[in-house]
Design a protein around this ligand. Structure first.
Ligand SMILES: Cc1ncc(COP(=O)(O)O)c(C=O)c1O
Length: 375
């Protein structure tokens, strides 16, 4: 697909990339100079595995209002992208053959990270409001061996763009506490909400500290900096993650952390996030509007309240085959099959709207709909 998307006339809804024209290039350059003037050699030195104190305090204070409690800086660990977070979680929790509970479909990168530790998957029924609590209970009642954790993306999920409904969040935490099942709450898109109210993270409902929360700077600043974070209130889990990270990379890049921290501490940062939200909202509207106008009646698609992806289904179709036709029409997407751990559902497609201009989205959706008609 990469080869195809490098051709200039191909429109790609395939990748999961943020809009590069919104990256704060000038500000990051200025912050880098400020960091070097202020910290000099220590910004280039080895640093602690947990992350620089400035970053840990910033994450704690930014997330405390959402968690509804004062997060202590020592609960925060910096990771080299939340993708590393997923790998480290796999490393400390999963023995070959262990079960992990997932939404169906789920994030391909998480499946890849857990696959490396030879996990097996139990999937929970998922509807427009996210994981169905009754289905989770049924799965946990009969699971053998009992799973190691539940992995979910509560906000604007990758790949479906769906959000776990408010009332279900507490229900799911209570069910998992009842069964003593840790939750891995992966929240890269939470700040990218276009409509409606922010919903409290699952971590805010936890009584026992069994939620491992993951956030990232990738979608609100830039993914190339590889600055992300865990919030883990359980000390034992935190210590194991630190040991695992030490073995993996000693620590995340010191300079990247200092520069990231310097930028998010400027007044420009909040306005920057608002601009990303405005831009992606317009692109979501454009993609949704174009689908309404051009999609054949059988195509089903949603209107996510945030994030970077819209999910469409073409009942009866195999979207792997559809991709071949759409490539001829010069537009690509990610076929849904690979997001299902059982690889048993083939009619879905993930459409990224963050990385294309409205003009390209309009043209790309027309081409895609032509391909669907043809196929
Ligand atoms: C659900 C989810 N988790 C984790 C990641 C990895 O993000 P990061 O850039 O922080 O490694 C992504 C990236 O797209 C994602 O969609």
């Amino acid at each position: 697909m990469l080869k195809v998307t490098q051709q200039p006339d191909v429109i790609s809804f395939g990748g999961g990339l943020p809009a590069p024209e919104l990256f704060p290039c000038r500000e990051i350059a200025e912050c880098t100079r400020d960091v070097m003037d202020r910290y000099g050699a220590s910004a280039l030195q080895y640093s602690v595995t947990e992350g620089i104190p400035e970053m840990r305090s910033w994450v704690a204070s930014r997330l405390s209002p959402r968690f509804g409690r004062e997060i202590a800086a020592h609960e925060v660990l910096v990771a080299n992208g939340s993708q590393q977070g997923l790998d480290l979680i796999g490393k400390i929790f999963i023995d070959p053959g262990d079960h992990i509970v997932l939404e169906n479909p789920s994030y391909l990168g998480a499946i890849q990270a857990f696959d490396a530790y030879e996990a097996r998957y139990l999937t929970v029924e998922t509807d427009e409001d996210g994981i169905v609590p009754e289905s989770l209970e049924r799965v946990l009642d009969t699971a053998d061996p009992f799973p190691k954790f539940l992995y979910l993306i509560p906000n604007f999920q990758n790949p479906t763009g769906r959000t776990l409904a408010g009332p279900r969040r507490e229900q799911i935490v209570r069910i998992c506490e009842h069964y003593e099942l840790p939750i891995v709450e992966d929240d890269p898109y939470g700040e990218l909400r276009f409509d409606g109210e922010q919903l409290a993270p699952l971590a805010s409902y936890a009584r026992s500290g069994a939620v491992i929360y993951l956030g990232t700077g990738s979608k609100i600043v830039a993914p190339g900096m590889r600055v992300a974070w865990f919030v883990i209130s359980d000390e034992e889990v935190r210590e194991k993650i630190v040991l695992a990270k030490q073995g993996a990379d000693l620590h995340s890049g010191t300079l990247a952390q200092y520069v990231f921290h310097a930028y998010v501490s400027t007044p420009a940062f909040d306005e920057h996030v608002r601009e990303i939200v405005r831009t992606y909202r317009a692109r979501r509207d454009c993609m949704h509007g174009a689908l309404r106008e051009f999609a054949p009646p059988l195509v089903q698609f949603n209107r996510p309240q945030g994030g970077m992806f819209l999910w469409a289904r073409v009942p009866g179709a195999d979207t792997n085959e559809l991709l071949k036709v759409s490539t001829r029409e010069r537009v690509v997407f990610v076929p849904g099959e690979s997001f299902y751990p059982g690889r048993d559902v083939r009619d879905g497609m993930r459409l990224n709207f963050s990385n294309s201009s409205e003009e390209k989205i309009q043209t790309g959706i027309q081409r895609l709909c032509r391909a669907i008609e043809e196929a």
